[in-house]
Design a protein around this ligand. Structure first.
Ligand code: 13P
Length: 231
């Protein structure tokens, strides 16, 4: 990756961090962001306000945990482990969005109460078991909850959304927050009915076939603008 490419990636990361807060899905210095690079990954520094963050503040890490630059996010372990294990994605976004975190505080998995639950690649959006922030245990729990999914809740903590690109990870995080809000709202009238698994299988297949939103797709076309045949 050339120096100008790395610089534009760093700039895009700062932009996504600021949009994470301005879109209302995060607040203060909560949350963190990482992007795969040819030699490892770039991750946000710990505890630095996004509105003052500069491209140079982003930390370069390798998969052994070595880094150059300021102190990396306290959550560098789950960023490293997810990027290492999940070769289908390039971006890990973590935020403390209010409704997703509300559900996570009750250790609720989001069931298929709405067809968009399929957007993360499965019939549910799981909630990872609680572990102290910044620990290997939290990383291990997150990997379990993310199996075959591109998003999960983190018990008594927040959410993680994955993407092939920075834009698609932010899109997913906003969708997870929207779904969480709808689920909390639906719960005010009682536990809503869920779509059966065979219907959710149809929904997920349809999403994959149509490259719907930023759902996982068969051909990886979500991130590349190219002519398609309407279906
Ligand atoms: P960092 O500022 O260290 O990234 O921590 C924020 C956070 O959300 C921890 O889970």
């Amino acid at each position: 990756m050339s120096q100008p490419d790395i610089l534009s990636l760093r700039r895009e990361m700062v932009d996504i961090c600021r949009r994470m807060n301005s879109s209302g899905i995060n607040q203060g210095t909560a949350g963190n962001l990482s992007v795969r690079t040819p030699d490892g990954f770039l991750v946000t520094p710990s505890s630095l306000a996004y509105d003052t963050m500069q491209p140079d503040d982003l930390v370069e890490m390798d998969f052994q945990g070595n880094y150059t630059g300021p102190r990396p996010s306290s959550e560098w372990r789950f960023h490293r482990d997810i990027l290492r294990e999940r070769t289908d994605i390039n971006v890990v976004l973590h935020c403390h969005s209010i409704y997703a975190t509300t559900l996570a505080c009750h250790h609720r998995t989001i069931p298929s109460f709405h067809y968009m639950t399929g957007i993360a690649g499965g019939t549910t959006i799981r909630c990872a078991e609680y572990a102290t922030f910044g620990t290997q245990a939290l990383s291990n729990n997150a990997l379990v909850a993310l199996k075959d999914r591109t998003a999960c809740l983190l018990g008594q903590h927040g959410q993680i959304s994955l993407g092939k690109t920075l834009e698609s990870a932010l899109w997913m995080a906003i969708e997870i927050e929207t779904l969480s809000r709808m689920y909390v709202q639906a719960l005010t009238l009682g536990e809503p009915p869920v779509l059966p698994d065979d219907e959710m299988e149809r929904v997920i297949a349809q999403m994959r076939r149509m490259s719907y939103g930023q759902a996982p797709d068969d051909e990886g076309v979500n991130d590349i603008a190219r002519p398609r045949v309407a279906s």
